[in-house]
Design a protein. Structure first.
Length: 258
């Protein structure tokens, strides 16, 4: 006990644990891609990817880029980065963030650049945990705020990512949204991993034409996370450029029930 409790061995064990975690994460992109058909079957109302040929335009592979939880004081930096790489995105925004100084100008910039805005509830509170009447009330509130800004949201991503089809689908239908809950092809771990280069590598190792990927904006977890997001997003976009991919927003060409 004393041998393994020594400081040197504790450091070695901690290093080995970190190395194991990194090795697992580096291999999870291809693994998640392989498991995606089973996940899609388990969540049939989820939109995990788009058909590769659904987006009209140049003959090159595309991925759908989504950015959750804004607005924040660094959303403008994200927009500058996207412009540098000629990338489009769908921003799933928390509407309470629209009250912050400068929010109106940032929303105008999102629209002027051709990005899309999706519904992500007023705040970052897991939607699936809300009682049905509270979910309906909060959904309608956020929808009204989005439309008051001249936006025409078509897609919904539940806060927290997971959905309750029986509760939520009638509400989406009532408000004229597409009847699919926007999910992702790969688990979005940028809010948890302190290694932005690893997150970029993880995504790039698992993407495929039509994949939906997620990055996070927002102030909820402090300034360090936003800095990591900018680093990993830039590395990811550089990787897309090298591979000949193009990042797009969720397209209008999907059937309305999709």
């Amino acid at each position: 006990m004393h041998f393994f409790g020594s400081r040197r061995w504790r450091r070695r064990l901690a290093g080995a644990a970190i190395a194991l975690v990194l090795a697992l994460l580096l291999g999870l992109g291809p693994l998640q891609r392989a498991l995606l058909p089973w996940v899609m079957a388990a969540y049939p109302a989820g939109l995990f990817a788009i058909a590769p040929g659904v987006q009209a335009g140049p003959d090159q592979p595309v991925i759908v880029l989504t950015i959750d939880d804004g607005l924040s004081r660094r959303t403008d930096e994200i927009l500058t980065l996207l412009a540098r790489h000629q990338a489009q995105a769908t921003f799933f925004l928390h509407t309470d963030s629209f009250q912050a100084p400068g929010a109106a100008a940032t929303l105008a910039r999102i629209q002027a650049a051709g990005h899309r805005v999706g519904h992500h509830m007023p705040v970052d509170e897991p939607s699936r945990r809300l009682p049905p009447e509270i979910f309906a009330e909060q959904f309608a509130l956020a929808d009204g705020v989005l439309r008051s800004q001249g936006l025409d949201p078509q897609y919904f991503r539940a806060a927290g990512g997971l959905y309750n089809r029986e509760v939520m689908l009638p509400i989406l239908r009532h408000h004229g949204y597409r009847e699919r809950f926007v999910m992702a092809s790969l688990l979005p771990w940028d809010t948890h991993l302190p290694w932005p280069r690893l997150y970029a590598h993880y995504l790039l190792s698992g993407i495929f034409p039509g994949a939906i990927v997620v990055f996070h904006d927002g102030e909820q977890r402090g300034p360090g996370r936003l800095n990591r997001t900018l680093i990993s997003l830039e590395l990811f976009l550089e990787g897309l450029d090298r591979r000949g991919y193009r990042a797009i927003a969720l397209p209008d060409l999907l059937p309305h029930g999709s």
